[in-house]
Design a protein around this ligand. Structure first.
Ligand code: SAH
Length: 210
């Protein structure tokens, strides 16, 4: 049996898993078509790159499934001139997608081996507006704050205080919040001293380390 090419699988990802499940943001869709997801997964899993499943990338971590990345980014709604903090670099895939939408991406990862591999990969693939930081994203990353938006790919019990401080007024934070065995993706938007919270839906994410 002839296997379907990665290009065709990518089209199917777009039609079925992204547009087919309601993703409409054109910038997000365009960026997800541009980024070669197969470069972000281990060699032996390349043929599964465009399936709508999370894949193991080593050190007990995963690259989130395409729908989850697209949904989170659509909720964040990044703009061309934005600087975004991406917490939980993992493979660097979500940071790469973001980098094609906004001006600058600061991405922070706690596992040193993943910092090294994602930094090398992003550089090799030419994503020059992404900076990979090694550190604990629970505390955000103060150096380049305030950010236009913050997005996190690991689940926490509640919104860390530092994230709230490090986002601009009017900016949003999209992150998974623990809720029983699953997680709810949540968007909080800063309006002066107030934070408004939208609960977006159920997802599975790895825990945010403390
Ligand atoms: N966005 C990633 C998905 C990574 S999964 C991608 O596109 O591939 C979540 C990542 O968060 C894991 O790599 C994990 O090591 C990292 N992580 C967990 N706790 C963290 C913390 N406190 N600070 C930074 N990264 C963390």
């Amino acid at each position: 049996m002839q296997s379907i090419s990665l290009e065709r699988q990518k089209e199917l990802m777009l039609e079925r898993h992204l547009q087919g499940r309601g993703i409409e943001n054109r910038e997000v869709l365009r960026a997800m078509i541009d980024v070669p997801r197969e470069e972000f997964v281990p060699e032996r899993l390349k043929k599964l790159s465009y399936k709508d499943i999370p894949l193991l990338i080593g050190y007990g971590q995963t690259i989130s499934q395409p729908f989850t990345v697209a949904y989170s980014l659509e909720a964040l709604n990044p703009k061309e001139d934005d600087t975004i903090l991406d917490i939980g670099t993992g493979s660097g895939y979500q940071a790469a997608v973001l980098s094609l939408i906004c001006k600058r991406v600061i991405t922070i990862e706690i596992v040193p081996e993943l910092v090294r591999s994602s930094r090398e990969r992003l550089k090799r693939l030419g994503y020059m507006n992404v900076e990979v930081i090694e550190g604990n994203g629970y505390y955000g990353y103060e150096k380049y704050s305030p950010y236009d938006g913050i997005i996190c790919a690991a689940a926490t019990e509640s919104l860390p205080e530092e994230w709230r401080k490090q986002v601009k007024d009017g900016g949003s934070i999209v992150y998974p919040k623990n809720s029983g065995v699953r997680q709810k993706l949540v968007r909080v938007t800063k309006e002066g001293n107030e934070m408004t919270e939208d609960i977006l839906g159920d997802f599975s994410f790895v825990p945010l380390r403390r």
